[in-house]
Structure formats: C-alpha cells, structure tokens
Design a protein around this ligand. Structure first.
Ligand SMILES: Nc1ncnc2c1ncn2[C@@H]1O[C@H](COP(=O)(O)OP(=O)(O)O)[C@@H](O)[C@H]1O
Ligand SMILES: [Mg+2]
Length: 238
C-alpha cells in the first residue's frame, strides 16, 4: 500500500505582524476539519517568555493550540530566543548558531507523525537565520510550496511582488496567497487587491478584513478558518 501524499506548506508574509500566525492557525484548523492529523511548526521564534524551563512564544502557543496532534516542543520550535529582534542577531546574542540540519530533522519528525505540516516562517521571506542561510533557503531545503500572507497596507504591492519573485527564483511554488488586513485602516483596499490579484500567479485563498478581536472571544481563528478557500490549493478530495 502506498503512503498517502504528505501535505505541507511554508507560510511566509510580506513582513512581520501581517497575520502569518493567524493564517497558519486557521489553515491548521481547516485541515483538522477534514479529519487530517495536522501540526504547526515554527522553526525559529523570537520574543519568547519563560514558561517553566522552556522559552515559549505567542506564535508557538497559537500553533500548538490549533494543532490536533502533539509533538515535543523542540520539534515544533527548535529555536527560541527571548529578545524580539531579528533571529540571527538574537542567536548571536544567545551564543547559538541556528543550524539548518536541526530544523530539517525536527521537520522530518513532525512529517512522520502528521498528515499535514504547516511551517510558519520568520518575518518576511528573506530574513537571515545565520551567516549561512535565510528563511528562503529553509523553505527550499524543506522543498515546501509557499503560502504568502499579504499584509494589506501601504507598501504591500512592492513587498508582495518582490516576495513572489523571490519564491520563483528559489524554484518554489507559490501555492496561494491571502489578502489580510491586520490594521483597522486601509485606504484603497479593493484597488490594491485587484492589482495583486492580476499579478500574483497563484489562487487567492481568502480575503480577510480587519476584525476586532474583542468581538470574538475564543472564536477568532475559527472565524478566519471559515473564510479560507482551502479547496483552491487542490490537495483535498472535496
Ligand atoms: N485580519 C485581522 N484582523 C484583526 N487583527 C488581525 C488580523 N490579522 C492579524 N491580526 C492581529 O495582528 C497581530 C499580528 O498578527 P500575526 O498573525 O501574529 O502576524 P505575524 O505572524 O505575521 O507576525 C496579531 O495580534 C493578530 O491577532
Ligand atoms: Mg507570527
């Protein structure tokens, strides 16, 4: 009997704070709704707090909460740093070198246990992780199709198109993109969306307006998940 094909994506964004974690958690939820075993991974997290003898980040906590299988924290998040700064700088300060092989091995362990792995990148697509590699190299090494979260704000056209170009240059597939408005104000949302929709050569998996978290209590991720069109990825039987 042949193993069913693994589903895995690398979620990148046009910047930090554009909704990568929110979308990653919602993607996990969508796949979990299909009765698949799903887990999120955050290879490198900065801005962590001490939780017992672990360094934990809000991103990792959100991915764990959305996932429907459990894995050791050092596989879900191999590298954690306390300072909320660029990862290679945080690693230097901590006297640690971020190593590709460590992340690769952690990913392989998750992929063994799960049907679906959603890997959230760090910041934008080309953030250095050490003197030797960046997040784009990581996506390439893991050979993952990329989902791009566009933070719909001024500057997003340039950031989104440059990111799409970088994904292509790395020989990776842009599997889909999401227009997410992370701030309450966005002038000319529709016009910006149309330009991106014409130029990005991938399906738009969702348009997410800014939503006031206070209106949702516990249902924020579920609300986002309901707005994603997973079928456009073409990997589900539905
Ligand atoms: N569409 C949205 N409506 C309201 N808040 C949002 C939206 N998208 C993101 N946010 C909020 O913006 C912040 C940054 O989002 P996050 O997913 O953590 O971004 P990233 O992972 O890219 O750094 C979080 O507090 C998140 O809840
Ligand atoms: Mg994040």
């Amino acid at each position: 009997m042949t193993e069913p094909k693994k589903i895995a994506y690398f979620v990148t964004g046009t910047d930090t704070d554009v909704g990568k974690t929110l979308v990653s958690a919602a993607l996990i939820q969508c796949f979990a709704d299909q009765e698949l075993r799903v887990i999120g991974m955050k290879p490198v997290a900065a801005g962590c707090y001490q939780l017992g003898d672990q360094l934990m980040s809000d991103d990792v906590a959100q991915l764990i909460l959305a996932s429907n299988i459990v894995a050791p924290i050092h596989h879900v998040n191999p590298y954690a740093f306390s300072q909320a700064i660029a990862p290679s700088i945080a690693a230097d300060i901590a006297g640690i070198e971020i190593r590709m092989e460590v992340i690769e091995q952690a990913y392989a362990q998750l992929a063994k246990e799960a049907d679906v792995v959603i890997v959230e990148g760090v910041g934008g697509f080309c953030v250095p992780l050490s003197a030797h590699f960046d997040t784009a190299d990581l996506a390439q090494k893991l050979a993952l199709p990329v989902i791009l979260v566009v933070g719909m704000r001024l500057g997003c056209l340039n950031h989104a198109l440059l990111t799409a170009e970088a994904i292509k240059t790395r020989g990776l597939k842009l599997a889909g993109w999401i227009a997410n408005q992370p701030n309450s104000e966005m002038v000319a949302f529709d016009e910006n969306f149309q330009i991106l929709n014409q130029r990005l050569q991938a399906p738009c998996l969702g348009i997410l307006d800014w939503m006031d978290r206070a209106d949702f209590k516990d249902g924020f991720v579920e609300r986002v998940a309901r707005q994603l069109r997973l079928e456009k990825l073409g990997v589900l039987k539905v």
